[in-house]
Design a binder for this molecule. Structure first.
Ligand SMILES: Nc1ncnc2c1ncn2[C@@H]1O[C@H](COP(=O)(O)OP(=O)(O)OP(=O)(O)O)[C@@H](O)[C@H]1O
Length: 237
Protein backbone atom coordinates (compact mmCIF):
# COMPACT_ATOMS: atom_id res chain seq x y z
CA UNK A 1 0.00 0.00 0.00
CA UNK A 2 3.02 2.29 0.25
CA UNK A 3 3.99 4.71 2.95
CA UNK A 4 1.84 7.45 4.34
CA UNK A 5 5.03 9.39 5.10
CA UNK A 6 8.61 9.20 3.81
CA UNK A 7 11.03 11.87 4.98
CA UNK A 8 14.68 11.88 4.00
CA UNK A 9 17.80 13.96 4.64
CA UNK A 10 16.02 16.43 6.89
CA UNK A 11 18.38 19.11 8.17
CA UNK A 12 17.14 21.94 10.40
CA UNK A 13 18.81 24.75 12.25
CA UNK A 14 17.86 27.38 14.78
CA UNK A 15 20.04 30.31 13.79
CA UNK A 16 23.64 29.23 13.95
CA UNK A 17 22.96 25.90 15.62
CA UNK A 18 22.03 22.87 13.56
CA UNK A 19 19.67 20.55 15.44
CA UNK A 20 18.76 17.94 12.79
CA UNK A 21 21.28 16.24 10.53
CA UNK A 22 19.96 14.19 7.60
CA UNK A 23 17.16 12.76 9.72
CA UNK A 24 14.86 10.22 8.09
CA UNK A 25 11.65 8.41 8.88
CA UNK A 26 9.20 6.18 7.06
CA UNK A 27 5.69 5.34 8.20
CA UNK A 28 3.68 2.70 6.40
CA UNK A 29 -0.09 2.94 6.13
CA UNK A 30 -1.61 1.67 9.36
CA UNK A 31 1.77 1.54 11.07
CA UNK A 32 2.45 2.73 14.64
CA UNK A 33 5.94 4.21 14.72
CA UNK A 34 7.73 5.66 17.73
CA UNK A 35 10.28 8.45 17.84
CA UNK A 36 12.55 8.01 20.85
CA UNK A 37 15.50 9.82 22.36
CA UNK A 38 16.45 11.77 25.45
CA UNK A 39 15.46 15.38 26.14
CA UNK A 40 16.72 17.91 23.64
CA UNK A 41 17.73 15.37 20.97
CA UNK A 42 15.48 16.95 18.35
CA UNK A 43 12.24 14.96 18.44
CA UNK A 44 9.87 17.92 18.66
CA UNK A 45 11.86 19.82 16.05
CA UNK A 46 11.68 16.79 13.71
CA UNK A 47 7.91 16.62 14.06
CA UNK A 48 7.59 20.37 13.50
CA UNK A 49 9.72 20.07 10.36
CA UNK A 50 7.46 17.27 9.03
CA UNK A 51 4.37 19.38 9.76
CA UNK A 52 5.70 22.52 8.09
CA UNK A 53 5.81 24.32 11.43
CA UNK A 54 9.58 24.71 11.26
CA UNK A 55 11.34 25.43 8.00
CA UNK A 56 13.84 22.87 6.82
CA UNK A 57 17.21 23.62 5.33
CA UNK A 58 17.25 20.54 3.14
CA UNK A 59 15.43 17.30 2.69
CA UNK A 60 12.26 15.81 1.25
CA UNK A 61 8.95 14.97 2.87
CA UNK A 62 6.53 12.81 0.91
CA UNK A 63 3.12 12.73 2.56
CA UNK A 64 0.24 10.81 0.99
CA UNK A 65 2.18 10.73 -2.26
CA UNK A 66 2.89 14.47 -2.41
CA UNK A 67 6.10 16.38 -1.83
CA UNK A 68 5.23 18.72 1.04
CA UNK A 69 8.65 19.99 2.12
CA UNK A 70 8.50 23.78 2.21
CA UNK A 71 4.69 23.89 2.16
CA UNK A 72 2.97 25.86 4.94
CA UNK A 73 1.59 23.99 7.95
CA UNK A 74 -2.07 24.59 7.09
CA UNK A 75 -1.62 22.97 3.68
CA UNK A 76 0.01 19.91 5.24
CA UNK A 77 -2.70 19.76 7.91
CA UNK A 78 -5.38 19.90 5.23
CA UNK A 79 -3.73 16.98 3.44
CA UNK A 80 -4.29 14.96 6.61
CA UNK A 81 -1.37 15.32 9.02
CA UNK A 82 -2.88 15.71 12.47
CA UNK A 83 -0.92 16.70 15.56
CA UNK A 84 -1.44 16.44 19.29
CA UNK A 85 1.26 18.92 20.22
CA UNK A 86 3.46 19.04 23.29
CA UNK A 87 1.55 21.21 25.77
CA UNK A 88 -1.77 20.13 24.15
CA UNK A 89 -2.60 23.38 22.36
CA UNK A 90 -6.28 23.52 23.25
CA UNK A 91 -8.15 26.83 23.41
CA UNK A 92 -8.54 27.64 27.14
CA UNK A 93 -11.38 30.14 26.55
CA UNK A 94 -13.52 27.89 24.38
CA UNK A 95 -15.79 25.15 25.69
CA UNK A 96 -14.98 21.49 25.10
CA UNK A 97 -17.56 21.36 22.35
CA UNK A 98 -16.25 24.53 20.69
CA UNK A 99 -12.68 23.21 20.85
CA UNK A 100 -13.77 20.11 18.95
CA UNK A 101 -15.86 21.93 16.36
CA UNK A 102 -13.01 24.38 15.71
CA UNK A 103 -10.83 21.77 14.01
CA UNK A 104 -13.54 19.71 12.30
CA UNK A 105 -12.92 18.61 8.74
CA UNK A 106 -15.71 16.46 7.41
CA UNK A 107 -14.01 14.00 5.14
CA UNK A 108 -12.99 10.40 4.91
CA UNK A 109 -9.68 9.89 6.69
CA UNK A 110 -7.73 6.65 6.82
CA UNK A 111 -10.13 5.06 9.29
CA UNK A 112 -13.55 3.52 8.97
CA UNK A 113 -14.81 5.97 11.61
CA UNK A 114 -15.54 9.45 10.34
CA UNK A 115 -14.83 11.53 13.41
CA UNK A 116 -17.53 13.86 14.69
CA UNK A 117 -18.09 15.36 18.13
CA UNK A 118 -20.30 12.36 18.92
CA UNK A 119 -17.69 9.76 18.03
CA UNK A 120 -15.07 11.68 20.06
CA UNK A 121 -17.44 11.65 23.07
CA UNK A 122 -17.96 7.96 22.53
CA UNK A 123 -14.17 7.44 22.59
CA UNK A 124 -13.78 9.62 25.71
CA UNK A 125 -17.06 9.44 27.67
CA UNK A 126 -15.54 11.66 30.41
CA UNK A 127 -15.40 14.56 27.95
CA UNK A 128 -19.12 14.39 27.25
CA UNK A 129 -19.78 15.28 30.89
CA UNK A 130 -17.66 18.40 30.42
CA UNK A 131 -19.22 19.50 27.14
CA UNK A 132 -19.91 23.12 28.23
CA UNK A 133 -16.83 23.56 30.41
CA UNK A 134 -14.02 25.79 29.24
CA UNK A 135 -10.75 24.21 28.16
CA UNK A 136 -9.08 25.87 31.12
CA UNK A 137 -11.47 24.16 33.58
CA UNK A 138 -10.37 20.67 32.58
CA UNK A 139 -7.94 18.42 34.41
CA UNK A 140 -4.66 17.57 32.69
CA UNK A 141 -6.02 14.20 31.57
CA UNK A 142 -9.21 15.72 30.21
CA UNK A 143 -7.21 18.37 28.35
CA UNK A 144 -5.10 15.63 26.79
CA UNK A 145 -8.19 13.74 25.68
CA UNK A 146 -9.57 16.94 24.24
CA UNK A 147 -6.31 17.52 22.37
CA UNK A 148 -6.54 14.02 20.88
CA UNK A 149 -10.21 14.57 20.07
CA UNK A 150 -9.38 17.82 18.29
CA UNK A 151 -6.77 16.10 16.16
CA UNK A 152 -9.19 13.28 15.31
CA UNK A 153 -11.81 15.82 14.26
CA UNK A 154 -9.56 16.65 11.30
CA UNK A 155 -10.01 13.01 10.18
CA UNK A 156 -6.26 12.63 9.65
CA UNK A 157 -4.30 10.23 7.48
CA UNK A 158 -1.49 10.32 10.03
CA UNK A 159 -1.76 11.28 13.70
CA UNK A 160 1.34 12.57 15.47
CA UNK A 161 1.46 12.72 19.28
CA UNK A 162 4.22 14.60 21.07
CA UNK A 163 4.51 13.54 24.74
CA UNK A 164 0.80 12.88 25.10
CA UNK A 165 1.12 11.07 28.44
CA UNK A 166 3.56 13.46 30.07
CA UNK A 167 2.62 14.56 33.59
CA UNK A 168 -0.49 12.37 33.74
CA UNK A 169 -1.51 9.95 36.49
CA UNK A 170 -0.94 6.25 35.67
CA UNK A 171 -4.65 5.50 35.26
CA UNK A 172 -5.14 8.34 32.77
CA UNK A 173 -1.98 7.35 30.95
CA UNK A 174 -3.39 3.86 30.66
CA UNK A 175 -6.57 5.29 29.16
CA UNK A 176 -4.54 7.21 26.56
CA UNK A 177 -2.58 4.06 25.64
CA UNK A 178 -5.82 2.09 25.26
CA UNK A 179 -7.18 4.81 23.02
CA UNK A 180 -4.07 4.69 20.84
CA UNK A 181 -4.31 0.89 20.64
CA UNK A 182 -7.89 1.23 19.45
CA UNK A 183 -6.95 3.85 16.84
CA UNK A 184 -4.17 1.59 15.58
CA UNK A 185 -6.55 -1.37 15.38
CA UNK A 186 -8.91 0.74 13.32
CA UNK A 187 -6.15 1.40 10.80
CA UNK A 188 -4.87 4.86 11.71
CA UNK A 189 -1.17 5.54 11.04
CA UNK A 190 0.53 6.93 14.15
CA UNK A 191 3.82 8.60 14.98
CA UNK A 192 4.29 8.81 18.74
CA UNK A 193 6.91 10.54 20.88
CA UNK A 194 6.84 9.30 24.46
CA UNK A 195 9.26 8.54 27.23
CA UNK A 196 7.37 5.48 28.47
CA UNK A 197 9.18 2.80 26.56
CA UNK A 198 7.26 -0.18 27.92
CA UNK A 199 3.86 0.61 26.40
CA UNK A 200 5.65 1.77 23.25
CA UNK A 201 7.31 -1.64 22.89
CA UNK A 202 3.90 -3.24 23.09
CA UNK A 203 2.13 -0.91 20.69
CA UNK A 204 4.65 0.28 18.11
CA UNK A 205 5.59 -1.71 15.03
CA UNK A 206 8.88 0.13 14.62
CA UNK A 207 11.04 2.68 16.42
CA UNK A 208 13.49 5.43 15.51
CA UNK A 209 16.01 6.79 18.01
CA UNK A 210 17.30 10.34 17.68
CA UNK A 211 20.60 11.32 19.28
CA UNK A 212 21.86 14.87 18.87
CA UNK A 213 19.74 15.38 15.78
CA UNK A 214 20.67 12.15 14.02
CA UNK A 215 18.76 8.90 13.61
CA UNK A 216 21.20 6.53 15.28
CA UNK A 217 19.03 3.42 15.43
CA UNK A 218 15.85 2.06 13.85
CA UNK A 219 14.17 -1.29 14.18
CA UNK A 220 11.14 -3.20 15.36
CA UNK A 221 10.03 -3.83 18.93
CA UNK A 222 11.65 -7.24 19.31
CA UNK A 223 14.95 -5.88 17.99
CA UNK A 224 14.77 -3.03 20.49
CA UNK A 225 13.79 -5.32 23.38
CA UNK A 226 16.76 -7.52 22.49
CA UNK A 227 19.16 -4.55 22.55
CA UNK A 228 19.57 -3.46 26.17
CA UNK A 229 22.83 -1.74 25.21
CA UNK A 230 20.95 0.50 22.73
CA UNK A 231 18.34 1.35 25.34
CA UNK A 232 20.94 2.25 27.95
CA UNK A 233 23.16 4.16 25.52
CA UNK A 234 20.47 6.30 23.90
CA UNK A 235 17.47 6.17 26.22
CA UNK A 236 19.20 5.92 29.62
CA UNK A 237 17.15 2.84 30.50
N1 LIG B 1 13.00 27.73 19.23
C1 LIG B 1 14.25 27.27 19.43
N2 LIG B 1 15.33 28.09 19.29
C2 LIG B 1 16.57 27.64 19.47
N3 LIG B 1 16.87 26.36 19.79
C3 LIG B 1 15.86 25.51 19.95
C4 LIG B 1 14.50 25.91 19.78
N4 LIG B 1 13.71 24.84 20.00
C5 LIG B 1 14.54 23.82 20.30
N5 LIG B 1 15.83 24.21 20.27
C6 LIG B 1 17.01 23.37 20.50
O1 LIG B 1 16.98 22.31 19.56
C7 LIG B 1 17.40 21.10 20.16
C8 LIG B 1 16.32 20.05 19.96
O2 LIG B 1 15.16 20.40 20.71
P1 LIG B 1 13.79 19.59 20.64
O3 LIG B 1 12.79 20.30 21.50
O4 LIG B 1 13.46 19.33 19.23
O5 LIG B 1 14.20 18.25 21.33
P2 LIG B 1 13.30 17.09 21.94
O6 LIG B 1 14.02 15.83 21.64
O7 LIG B 1 11.92 17.22 21.47
O8 LIG B 1 13.38 17.40 23.48
P3 LIG B 1 12.23 17.44 24.58
O9 LIG B 1 11.88 16.04 24.85
O10 LIG B 1 12.95 18.10 25.73
O11 LIG B 1 11.12 18.27 24.03
C9 LIG B 1 17.69 21.41 21.62
O12 LIG B 1 19.08 21.59 21.74
C10 LIG B 1 16.95 22.68 21.86
O13 LIG B 1 17.61 23.45 22.84
Amino acid sequence: MGNVLTAKNISVRYGASQVLFDAEIEIGRGEFVSLLGRNGMGKTTFVKALMGMKSIESGSVFFCGQQVAGKPDYVIARLGMGIVPEGRGIFPNLSVNENLVATAMQRKGSMSTIWTVDSVYELFPGLRKRIQNLGSDLSGGEQQMLAIGRALMTNPQLLILDEATEGLAPLIRHEIWSCLARLKNEGLSLLVIDKNIKPMLGLANRHYILEKGRVVWKGNSSELSDSPEIMSKYLSL
